[in-house]
Design a protein around this ligand. Structure first.
Ligand SMILES: [Cu+2]
Length: 421
C-alpha cells in the first residue's frame, strides 16, 4: 500500500514538474558568481534608448563606459594577457551586430588592450532580426573569465523575420542584396548532392541480404561472393567521380571568385586613455553584509583632494546603483531610460553626508539596503572562499561635478543584529 502511494506521489510530481509551463524571462545573468559581477567590469553611465518596441530591421544603440576593477579576482585571467571581446548578450541570433566601438574606434575582433584600472567608452549598435521579447545587454567576454554582462533592458521586436535584410557591398564592388539568402540555392544544391551520393552508396550495400547471409560468407571464406567484381567497379567509379567533382568544383570556384581573403582572426588595437589620478580616495575599514536586512555596510575613510566640497551620492556594484536620494546631483544622474530594477533611488544612506571639505579625511558609513541583493543573488558572495565586494563610489560637488572612486575589500556576514539603523 505504502509503495503504491509513493509511486503515485512520484508520478504526480513528475506530471506537475513537466506540465507547468516554464516562462523564461532572463538568460542566467543572475547565476554568475557574485565576485564575477562585483569585482571585474564596472559598467557605468550606460545609455539606453527610450524606445522599447522595435520593428525587424530597426537599429538599437547602447553606449556608455566601463572600468576594469583594480582588485581583479585572483582566480580569473588578467585582462591584457587574456583576449577580450566586446559583444552583446541576447538570446540567440535575435539581433545582428552593426557596430562595436571601444574608445570611438571599431573593434571587430578581440583585443589584448583592455587593462585593469582603465576606463573605456563603448558603443554597440544592433539590428533587430527575429521578432519576440528579448533582454539585451552589452557584454565583455574575457578569455578565461567568461562573459561579463552589463545592465540590460527588455525590448520587444515586432514584424516578421522574413523581412529582415542585411545587405553589403563587397571589395570587388559587387553589392549583395541580402546576406541572409545570398547564394542559398548553391548551398542547398551542394548539400543535396552530397546527401544523394552518400545515400545511394549506403543503399547499394543495404539493398542485398545483410547480416546473417554475409556472416556465413565470412565464415566460409567466400571472399568473391562477399565483394563481387561489380562491387569493385562501382567502388572505383565512385572514388574517381567524388575526387573529380571536388577538384573540379574547387577549380571552378577559384576561377569564378579569384579575389578572396580568409576570415580575419587578428587582434584589434584599442587606444588606451591614461588613467586619471582619483580626486577622491576611499580606504575601506570594514565591510559587513547584514543577511536578514539585505544591507551592505561599508565603513570607510574618504579623503577629498578635489577643490570643492563633495558628498557621496551613489554606490555601484554588479550593475546595481544604490543612490542617496538626499543628493540631488546623484538623482539627476539617473537617466529616465535606465532600467528601474538596477537604479535604486533611496537605497543608500550615509552616516554623515554633510559635504566633505577639500583636504578633509572623514570616516563615513555607507549603507546600501535593498532586496535587490537577494533578487540578483549577490548574497552568494558570503559563501565564496574569497568573500570580498567591489564597486565604484560616485561623489558629487554642488556644481554637479562627479568624482569616481574605486572601492573594495573583504566582507563579513552578519546574521543577527541590525547595523547602522
Ligand atoms: Cu538579461
Amino acid at each position: 500500500m505504502k509503495l503504491e502511494r509513493l509511486v503515485f506521489a512520484l508520478l504526480a510530481l513528475t506530471l506537475f514538474v513537466t506540465a507547468v509551463p516554464a516562462s523564461v524571462l532572463a538568460h542566467g545573468e543572475r547565476n554568475q558568481e557574485p565576485f564575477l559581477r562585483m569585482r571585474t567590469v564596472q559598467w557605468y553611465d550606460v545609455k539606453f534608448p527610450d524606445k522599447r518596441e522595435y520593428a525587424v530591421n530597426d537599429l538599437i544603440e547602447i553606449s556608455g563606459k566601463f572600468r576594469m576593477h583594480y582588485d581583479w579576482p585572483q582566480v580569473l585571467e588578467k585582462p591584457g594577457e587574456a583576449a577580450t571581446f566586446l559583444g552583446i548578450a541576447v538570446p540567440g541570433p535575435t539581433f545582428t551586430r552593426e557596430a562595436l566601438d571601444i574608445n570611438g574606434k571599431p573593434v571587430p575582433t578581440s583585443t589584448n588592450d583592455i587593462l585593469i584600472g582603465h576606463d573605456y567608452d563603448f558603443r554597440v549598435v544592433m539590428k533587430a532580426r527575429r521578432p519576440g521579447d528579448n533582454h539585451i545587454h552589452p557584454m565583455l567576454s574575457i578569455e578565461g573569465s567568461g562573459p561579463i554582462i552589463g545592465p540590460g533592458i527588455e525590448v520587444k521586436v515586432t514584424g516578421s523575420q522574413d523581412d529582415y535584410v542585411k545587405s553589403s557591398q563587397i571589395m570587388t564592388g559587387e553589392k549583395i542584396e541580402n546576406l541572409e539568402t545570398y547564394n542559398l540555392t548553391t548551398v542547398v544544391t551542394w548539400h543535396a548532392f552530397w546527401i544523394a551520393v552518400a545515400l545511394s552508396w549506403a543503399l547499394y550495400w543495404l539493398a542485398r541480404p545483410l547480416l546473417i547471409p554475409r556472416f556465413i560468407m565470412v565464415h566460409n571464406k567466400e571472399w568473391d561472393r562477399l565483394i563481387t567484381p561489380t562491387d569493385r567497379k562501382v567502388g572505383v567509379v565512385l572514388l574517381v567521380s567524388v575526387i573529380s567533382v571536388v577538384i573540379g568544383a574547387y577549380v571552378y570556384t577559384d576561377m569564378k571568385y579569384p579575389t578572396t581573403i580568409p576570415l580575419q582572426g587578428g587582434k584589434t588595437i584599442v587606444n588606451n586613455t591614461p588613467m586619471i589620478e582619483p580626486k577622491i580616495t576611499v580606504s575601506v575599514d570594514r565591510g559587513e553584509y547584514y543577511v536578514p536586512g539585505r544591507t551592505l555596510t561599508v565603513v570607510m575613510n574618504v579623503t577629498n583632494n578635489a577643490d570643492a566640497p563633495v558628498r557621496l551620492g551613489e554606490f555601484m556594484s554588479a550593475n546595481l546603483r544604490f543612490i542617496d536620494s538626499s543628493v540631488p546631483a546623484a538623482v539627476a544622474n539617473v537617466d529616465s531610460a535606465y532600467p528601474t530594477d538596477y537604479a535604486l533611488v533611496g537605497s543608500l544612506k550615509v552616516s554623515d553626508n554633510s559635504p566633505i571639505q577639500p583636504g578633509e579625511t572623514r570616516s563615513i558609513e555607507a549603507i546600501a539596503s535593498d532586496t535587490a541583493w537577494e533578487r540578483e543573488r549577490l548574497v552568494g558572495m558570503l559563501r565564496s572562499p574569497d568573500n570580498s565586494f567591489g564597486g565604484l563610489m560616485f561623489f558629487f560637488d554642488d556644481a554637479g561635478n562627479r568624482y569616481i572612486a574605486n572601492v573594495g575589500g573583504p566582507i563579513l556576514p552578519n546574521f543577527q543584529k541590525s547595523t547602522g539603523e
